[in-house]
Design a protein around this ligand. Structure first.
Ligand code: IMP
Length: 195
C-alpha cells in the first residue's frame, strides 16, 4: 500500500488526522515512524509558507507523499498577532500564552475582540514536485476570562458565537465538525481521493 507521511511529531494530533483520513487506500505514517527526529524551523511569515516548507522538506527527504499543517490564532485588534507565533507567543505553558493574550487585549470591548483560528495543510507530491494547499478558518471572539476543560492552546478564551460556547467547551467530535483543522483536513481528504 502506498505510504503517506504526516509531518508531525505530535502525539495528540496524529490520531485525529488519521481519523479524518480513515478509509483512504494509504498506509499513514508520522515522522517518528520513519525515523526523523528533527523539526523544520518554521521561518515563514504565513501559515501557508510554513506548511509548504515542512511538506517540501520532509517530502524531498523521504520520497513519500507528504502532508504538513501549520495553524494558529489571528486577533484583529492586535493586527493579526499572535499569528504564526501562536505556539511561541511567550515562553511557558498554553495558559501563560492565553493569559498574555488577555492582558494584551485589556480594555478592548467585546465587539472588537474579533479573532479566527486558521489551519493550512500542504500536500507535497515527490513525483511531480508540486505542492497543493487547503485552508480552514473558524471565526470567533476572544473572551474576557478563560473557561472550559477540553482542547488545548487558546481554546479556553476562544468563543464561537454560533454555538454560544468556547472551543474548550466542545468535545473533539463537536470541535472537528466546525474547526479550522477539521475543515482543512476534510478538503485534504478530497484531494487525496484523486491520487
Ligand atoms: P500548530 O502549528 O497546529 O501546532 O498550532 C500552533 C499553535 O496555534 C498551537 O500551539 C496553539 O497555540 C494555536 N492553535 C492552533 N490550533 C488551535 C486550536 O484548535 N485551539 C487552540 N489553539 C490552537
Amino acid at each position: 500500500m502506498k505510504k503517506i507521511l504526516i509531518a508531525t511529531h505530535s502525539k495528540g494530533k496524529f490520531p485525529e488526522i488519521k481519523k479524518i483520513l480513515k478509509g483512504l487506500p494509504f498506509k499513514i505514517v508520522n515522522l517518528d515512524n520513519v525515523g526523523i527526529n528533527f523539526e523544520v524551523e518554521e521561518t515563514g511569515k504565513t501559515f501557508k509558507a510554513n506548511a509548504v516548507l515542512k511538506a517540501r522538506t520532509y517530502g524531498k527527504l523521504t520520497g513519500f507523499l507528504t502532508l504538513a499543517e501549520d495553524a494558529g490564532l489571528e486577533v484583529d485588534a492586535l493586527n493579526g498577532a499572535p499569528g504564526v507565533y501562536s505556539a511561541r507567543y511567550c515562553p511557558g505553558s498554553d495558559e501563560d500564552r492565553y493569559r498574555l493574550l488577555l492582558r494584551n487585549l485589556k480594555g478592548i470591548p467585546a465587539k472588537e475582540r474579533i479573532a479566527r483560528f486558521k489551519a493550512v495543510v500542504a500536500i507535497f507530491d515527490p513525483k511531480s514536485k508540486k505542492v497543493r494547499t487547503c485552508q480552514g478558518v473558524l471565526e470567533g471572539r476572544i473572551t474576557f476570562e478563560p473557561k472550559g476543560e477540553h482542547g488545548f492552546g487558546y481554546d479556553p478564551v476562544f468563543y464561537v458565537p454560533q454555538l454560544r460556547k468556547r472551543t474548550a467547551g466542545l468535545t473533539i467530535e463537536e470541535k472537528n465538525k466546525i474547526s479550522h483543522r477539521g475543515k482543512a483536513w476534510r478538503k485534504t481528504r478530497k484531494i487525496l481521493e484523486l491520487f
